[in-house]
Design a protein around this ligand. Sequence first.
Ligand code: ADP
Ligand code: MG
Length: 406
Amino acid sequence: MSFTSFDLHPDLLRAVDALGYTLPTPIQKDAIPPALAGRDVLACAMTGSGKTAAFILPILQRLLGRPTGVTRALVLAPTRELAAQIDEHRRALARFTRIGGAAIFGGVSMGPQETAFRRGADVLVATPGRLLDHLSRPYARLDRIETLVLDEADRMLDMGFLPDIRRIMKLLPAQRQNLLFSATMPPAIAALARELLRQPVTLDIERPSAPAVGVSHAAYPVAAEMKLPLLVELLRQPGVRNALVFTRTKHRANRLAEGLVRQGVPADRIHGNRSQAQRTQALAAFKAGTCRVLVATDIAARGIDVTGLSHVVNFDVPPAAEDYIHRVGRTARAEAVGDAMTLVSPAEEGDLRSIERAVGTRIPRVTLPGFDYAARPAERLEIPLADRLAAMRAERRRGQDRRWRH
Ligand code: ADP
Ligand code: MG
């Protein structure tokens, strides 16, 4: 089955072709026809399965031949990065049409986004918080919306966006098409779907609890303090073009990126404490290949798509199986082959075993030949808390001594 068997305009097929897509992915095959027919769709499909085009193509098709300059489609997404990425995808698919759009997210100034509202961007892609900021102003109206998409619905709920989503829904016409996409289908999503969707076509594309196919998984047992040297060695292995590296905390993301740079590995980082400009710049450098390693926390990297990503590294074992699946879903996207490496300290073995139970496979334990596992590290990633407190106490004492002497 090819894209030409959908009822899509030649200008859209040309864009699909220009993106190099030859065959629709399973979710595209199943979601595009009912979405084109105006039905509501509830789709559960994992990260990397091609959901964006599955909702953008029907939206564009249904907008073709209608007057432009009226906002008729709204896509809600959980993070700034995702909103920007979906908007980029929309632009690529609409490039041979006159359909416009805009991304609405926080961390940047309101002005250009206000212009997009006033101009009537045909397709808006927005994060809920910033969208509500605009909706309190008279220029922002959503009363002509014909299609609403909730993308990454499970993560939006995890992030506490449900009240915002409800407030936004009240401002939309009651008569509209609803498309809900989620990587997992916990009870809260099923409840939202019942509230929101009308006789939806329900699609469950892949088992939600299985990691991406084509990914080879490996766990590297290593002492906690030897993780940085091991990572540096792993990044030197042939075939490692680039890597998205996850850490447990923002603090560790910072320390790890700094540690890598000191070891001569070009690396940057994205997490919630960085400004939008910093995050955009880091992601752009990574996508352009000027920075081979991007260190991230889960929330910031959610759904981020990097074409040709060769490796995902769990620098820390993720706390939940679901995070593991989402993280490794970044590689082996759309049938490319990638690798997922997890560095596991003795203290993390238990967490890794629960992940193995949840995904139903054993992750092979491997050692890197030639790496000196018994070495003592040249630098520590984190100074233990007790040492940090002792240093702070010593600093305070020195301050007091100085005061007394004066
Ligand atoms: P999801 O939203 O399900 O995580 P995306 O829509 O971000 O997935 O798509 C993942 C990657 O697959 C993107 O790089 C996208 O360009 C690519 N892709 C999407 N559809 C196809 C297709 N039919 N053929 C090849 N690549 C595709
Ligand atoms: Mg997506």
